[in-house]
Design a protein around this ligand. Structure first.
Ligand SMILES: *[C@@H]1O[C@H](CO)[C@@H](O)[C@H](O)[C@H]1NC(C)=O
Ligand SMILES: *[C@@H]1O[C@H](CO)[C@@H](O)[C@H](O)[C@H]1NC(C)=O
Ligand SMILES: *[C@@H]1O[C@H](CO)[C@@H](O)[C@H](O)[C@H]1NC(C)=O
Ligand SMILES: *[C@@H]1O[C@H](CO)[C@@H](O)[C@H](O)[C@H]1NC(C)=O
Ligand SMILES: *[C@@H]1O[C@H](CO)[C@@H](O)[C@H](O)[C@H]1NC(C)=O
Ligand SMILES: *[C@@H]1O[C@H](CO)[C@@H](O)[C@H](O)[C@H]1NC(C)=O
Ligand SMILES: *[C@@H]1O[C@H](CO)[C@@H](O)[C@H](O)[C@H]1NC(C)=O
Ligand SMILES: *[C@@H]1O[C@H](CO)[C@@H](O)[C@H](O)[C@H]1NC(C)=O
Ligand SMILES: *[C@@H]1O[C@H](CO)[C@@H](O)[C@H](O)[C@H]1NC(C)=O
Ligand SMILES: *[C@@H]1O[C@H](CO)[C@@H](O)[C@H](O)[C@H]1NC(C)=O
Length: 757
């Protein structure tokens, strides 16, 4: 059965209406442009149901969600909509709704995230100042036009930007024009704070960092939508989030000669004078109050910290709303799986009767701090995602919402906007539910009307009928149910634009009169385009891809093979024995391993001085001693250490071959192959893979000049061996990685020699 559409026309009820809310947002670049990264729009409704459409011009996206009143819905945009263009793109995301909604955007990926409040059209402006979180990573901002046909935008750069092949330094101007649904993103490794944007009509502006590197963080996405200068304020209270003592705040001035006073918790005051577009960056050690002679913008960058329920969360970025408290009711969204928090900032004298999700907020479970008449309440919301509501009947406040988890975090604030949905009326008498339901089924429709409505009309169930009065309703539970067949009872067919509608009318008629107390036109639109699924068995074509075994090379201190050597370079006395073990790391007990070649050399470079210990599986060195071992996945042997003249170190590089018992006889069972049998070894069936391993250096004890280097090079053996495995068919990327690893360790890679595959 296909999708059926319900089209119910109830006399006297008006549907639709003009768009009440319009948002312009954008998916700024995240360092990971893969399918793991998404842009999620959480849309929340208020007192009315809403039909919300989200569109992007190119690549095209058009999704409409219908959300009941006081509910939410999620619209997810894939990474296809992420802006990576170095030029204008048509990726502005437009959200329109026919009723009041709020929209929150989440940048999600398992190991990096942030969130922002999406500002409706009324909040957008024509003058903005960019804030970016200092140097480190890639700072970025974006300007989107989602309201007008065309907007001209002037960008006065602070920092440096390369755009369209041209370098722009501080005070240079970039002028562009954005058509409807166009957006432009700028990136720079320099701090762009103070960059000014002015436009001929309202635009939306976003800022952040694509890959922020801060204390304890190497690459974290930061994002926030900016408020235009018209929304800036002069009174602020900044309370550290999560008991932090070294977060960063940044204060920007839009006008010359802006005097800023910062009052700390110890009663001391610091004053700054800022010129137009200049800013001051401060470490937030404790609560502060900020006032200024002219409007300013404050941004808050939370730094990674070990306080809180997880020790390793990422930074996030939020704006600080001014404390001209206007709203006493907010709906907000938290993210599942994170430890979520709500911070409420209000006047100290404010009413403390907050309602969180319809329950009185218990302040005993909250952390309350205060500074000169302003109060902050930090509430832990736990790992609960989704829509929440905070309400105080008597007092207004602003909120911050944030969440942290291993390697991730998000944060945003609300309260700076000038227009916002009305709070619910505290004693609003809820309209009685009238669940009038029409079900369109394959051969007809079923319509049910609450018995209460029938009784209110002073009618009985038998008085409810279709256009054919003989087709009457029956009583079922609390409803009068009436079947509407498509081919009788007065049903008609309307065929409009290829769409098929069945139409009838439900009447409630006073007996023996022509007076209808109830009249409900009912229509079923039957889907003319069905998507059908069928079952079939796909024929599978074998796909073979190259994998690698992990092979370890371990050195031991003794022939008991109990204590592996963990520190390299390993020091050894001459004379002495060294004990070697190769192992293929697999659950398959039928694997076999053989050492094909083993060569020692005084350096990691291939030198003429290298000395062959094993060749074609044959022990060449007379001190070599093999150990019988039942597990074919391992091979053990020992030899007398030796030293190259004038060198303090010895490296060992070996090739091992892995075979499977199912291919016996194979290279591994062949053992030593003298020159006569040599050509057999290349039979492809006889071996699964070859690996080249090297280990070292082994340093001769009496010398101590290497001590310093030893300490630097100390690392767990397993990772050392893992890094040294050089497989014949390994990809270039892996080789490069190993090279890096080596450079980090102060070694260079053994060059591949031609006889090793
Ligand atoms: C989105 O789809 C709806 C329904 O198909 C259509 O009416 C509307 O014009 C589309 N909007 C855009 C911007 O493409
Ligand atoms: C992200 O994390 C979820 C839950 O921890 C996991 O199911 C999912 O596979 C992860 N996705 C990626 C791309 O790592
Ligand atoms: C970039 O430069 C090219 C060639 O100079 C020009 O055609 C194009 O309009 C420029 N793009 C923008 C966004 O200015
Ligand atoms: C952009 O700059 C040009 C040249 O200075 C100026 O004429 C224009 O009015 C500016 N436009 C906006 C929107 O600021
Ligand atoms: C911050 O410190 C207070 C007082 O020590 C404590 O009650 C609260 O739980 C702390 N908050 C966090 C997020 O650790
Ligand atoms: C107040 O004084 C302390 C200690 O001298 C200082 O660390 C802090 O930054 C000052 N705060 C303000 C707002 O001036
Ligand atoms: C701002 O703060 C300073 C220092 O506390 C104070 O002297 C000044 O009166 C304040 N200005 C306003 C407008 O509140
Ligand atoms: C809808 O939102 C507007 C602001 O965008 C507000 O003025 C209006 O009162 C709201 N209406 C309701 C019913 O909440
Ligand atoms: C039928 O539906 C499919 C999928 O929704 C759509 O691609 C196709 O264009 C539709 N065909 C017609 C004739 O409407
Ligand atoms: C192979 O070694 C690598 C690097 O040490 C490790 O990450 C991986 O888990 C190992 N694979 C197996 C199957 O043991």
């Amino acid at each position: 059965m296909g999708t059926m559409y319900l089209l119910l026309l109830f006399t006297g009820v008006l549907a639709g209406g003009q768009a009440q809310r319009h948002f312009v947002t954008a998916f700024l670049e995240n360092y990971d442009r893969t399918s793991a990264t998404t842009f999620q729009l959480y849309i929340i409704t208020y007192n009315n149901a809403a039909s919300v459409t989200v569109t992007v011009a190119q690549p095209s996206f058009n999704q409409t969600v219908v959300i009941e009143r006081d509910k939410d819905a999620l619209v997810t945009l894939s990474y296809d909509y992420m802006i990576y263009e170095k030029d204008i793109s048509s990726k502005a995301v437009i959200v329109t709704s026919d009723a009041n909604i709020s929209v929150y955007a989440f940048y999600t990926k398992n190991n990096t995230a942030d969130a922002m409040v999406c500002l409706p059209q009324e909040e957008l402006g024509t003058e903005y100042y960019i804030f970016t979180p200092g140097t480190g990573g890639i700072n970025q901002f974006a300007v989107a036009n989602g309201i007008n046909d065309a907007v001209s935008v002037n960008i006065t750069v602070s920092g440096t930007i390369i755009f369209n092949g041209t370098y722009y330094g501080s005070k240079d101007k970039i002028s562009i024009s954005l058509a409807y649904q166009q957006v432009i993103q700028f990136q720079s490794t320099s701090d762009l704070t103070g960059t000014r944007i002015s436009s001929s009509a309202p635009v939306a502006v976003f800022m952040g960092n694509k890959c922020f590197a801060g204390p304890g963080t190497t690459c974290d996405v930061l994002v926030e939508q900016l408020y235009p200068v018209q929304n800036w304020g002069r009174y602020f209270a900044v309370f550290p989030l999560l008991n932090h003592t070294s977060d960063i705040i940044d204060i920007i001035a839009a006008y010359s000669d802006t005097r800023i006073f910062i009052e700390g918790s110890k009663g001391n005051t610091t004053q700054y004078n800022l010129a137009q577009g200049s800013h001051v960056k401060l470490t937030l050690q404790d609560r502060i109050l900020v006032n200024s002679s002219k409007p300013i913008m404050i941004s808050y960058l939370i730094q990674q910290s070990t306080t809180g329920p997880v020790p390793d969360y990422d930074p996030f970025l939020t704006t600080v709303p001014p404390i001209d408290f206007k709203r006493n009711y907010y709906k907000f969204v938290t993210y599942p799986d994170y430890y979520n928090y709500l911070l409420i900032v209000s006047q100290s004298s404010a009413d403390t009767d907050f309602f969180l999700d319809h329950h009185p907020l218990n302040l005993n479970n909250a952390f309350v701090s205060e500074l000169n008449g302003i109060k902050a309440i930090e509430v832990s919301l736990g790992k609960i995602g989704g829509q929440h509501e905070i309400y105080n009947e008597a007092s207004a406040f602003v909120i911050y919402v944030y969440g942290i988890y291993h390697g991730v975090s998000y944060g945003y604030s609300v309260g700076q906007e000038k227009s916002y949905p009305d709070p619910p009326l505290p004693n609003a008498t809820e309209e009685p539910d009238n669940p009038v339901v029409l079900d369109c089924l394959p051969h007809g429709a079923v319509y049910q009307i609450p018995l209460r409505l029938v009784l209110d009309a002073q009618l009985s169930v038998q008085d409810i009928h279709l256009e054919d009065p003989l087709c009457q309703a029956v009583e079922q539970g609390n409803f009068a149910i009436i079947n509407v067949p498509f081919n009788s009872c007065g049903s008609r067919v309307l065929d409009e634009d290829g769409k098929i509608f069945y139409v009838n009318t439900v009447y409630g008629t006073i007996p023996d009169t022509s007076i209808h107390r109830i009249e409900v036109p009912v229509q079923c639109e039957m889907a003319g385009n069905e998507t059908l699924g069928i079952n079939f068995h796909p024929k599978v074509t074998d796909v073979v891809s190259q994998g690698h075994y992990n092979i370890s090379l371990k050195l031991y201190e003794g022939g008991d093979y109990i204590k592996p050597i963990a520190l390299y370079p390993f020091e050894i006395d001459l004379p002495g024995n060294i004990y070697v073990e190769f192992q293929v790391d697999s659950d398959d007990k039928d694997l076999q391993i053989i050492t094909e070649n083993c060569k020692s050399s005084p350096t990691l470079e291939d030198t003429a001085q290298s000395y062959n210990l094993i060749e074609h599986g044959c022990f060449l060195d007379s001190t070599l001693h093999g150990y019988l071992i039942t597990d074919n996945r391992q091979q053990r042997f020992s030899f007398h250490v030796f030293k190259f003249d004038d060198f303090q170190e010895v490296y060992l590089a070996c090739n091992v071959v892995i075979c499977h018992k199912s291919s016996v006889p194979n290279r591994c069972t062949q053992g030593c192959l003298n020159r006569r049998h040599k050509r057999n070894i290349h039979s492809p069936e006889s071996k699964l893979g070859t690996a080249r391993l090297s280990q070292g250096p082994v340093v001769f004890k009496k010398e101590h000049q290497h001590q310093q280097q030893h300490d630097n090079n100390t690392l767990p053996l397993s990772s050392f061996v893992g890094a040294l495995c050089v497989f014949g068919l390994m990809s270039v990327a892996v080789l490069i990685l190993q090279k890096r690893y080596y450079q980090k360790q102060g070694y260079s890679l053994l060059p591949n020699t031609s006889n090793i595959h």
